[in-house]
Design a protein around this ligand. Sequence first.
Ligand SMILES: *Cc1c(COP(=O)(O)O)cnc(C)c1O
Length: 341
Amino acid sequence: MAHTEGVPPDLSLADAVTIGDVRAAAARLAGVARRTPVMTSRSLDGAVGASVFVKCENLQRVGAFKFRGAYNALSRLDPDARRRGVLTYSSGNHAQAVALAASLLGIPAVIVMPDNAPRVKLAATRAYLAGAPAGSEVVLYDPAATVREELGGGLAAARGLEVVPPYDHPAVIAGQGTAALELFEEVGELDALFVCCGGGGLLSGCAVAAKAVCPACRVIGVEPELADDATRSFRDGVLRTARNPPTIADGARTPYLGRYTFAIVRTLVDGMMTVSEREIVGAMGLLMERLRLVVEPTGALATAGAIRAAREGSLRASRVGVVISGGNVDLAELSGLLRGA
Ligand SMILES: *Cc1c(COP(=O)(O)O)cnc(C)c1O
């Protein structure tokens, strides 16, 4: 059984996503996804003790890398599946990404969202969905009472919809990997690449790209201490879970790695680490003040990880990549977080 505490990864799934898949995704995304900028900052270099290259997926369409995987997955559907439509479940950014991809491709989409999702994400999802074909809608559920995969699976079966999960899907993972592919294309070799980890889709895709184009680059996944299931899964070699973890990094509240992502993370990722809530807010402040980047808490995880690794002396690297995953943060929440720091 997938998603069961204590189960080892099925390593035969680790080659379900190849660099060829990532390159094919990049070709589909060309001219549709933004080729996001790579930024540098002397303050960040100083904090990490290395040259740091920041891949700004907060400036991607829908404000997060999720557009890459969603558009790649939807554009691979055959005409029949496109006509019937897609369904997904997400706490926010993947919902927006599927909604926008569906409206661009003319595919009906049903989006299952928790009723406590950030307001800004709920409103944005509804706005993107307004451009999608008839039959498209947002379905809300109570996350304390409902398992979203079960609700979503039931709806999809009843309506004949193709499920596009937020991370555990080869086409989604391949799409996310294009972020790292672009980073390497732009800056060349790196000694280390820091990527945040929720369900592990972005981390898996970036690891596939990194190990193919720059095998010597160490790929490090970063999680909140309060949602450290992937770090424990990586260390123990069996699946560990974290239900509704209370971290501010809502993109990392996913309870477990997926079947594909656990296999890929275990096979290709070099290390996993955690950072505190305080370090996340500190990195958000630094990115805003020094790089003028608005970053959501989950988006700051990789930066916080690089800074922590440098401070602990475990980062022996002169060229470091950091993927900023997203920037969808409510302004009131942002000012509250920064005031509390
Ligand atoms: C979804 C999301 C994540 C986590 O991505 P996974 O592929 O689930 O690991 C991180 N940051 C942001 C901004 C996200 O939207």
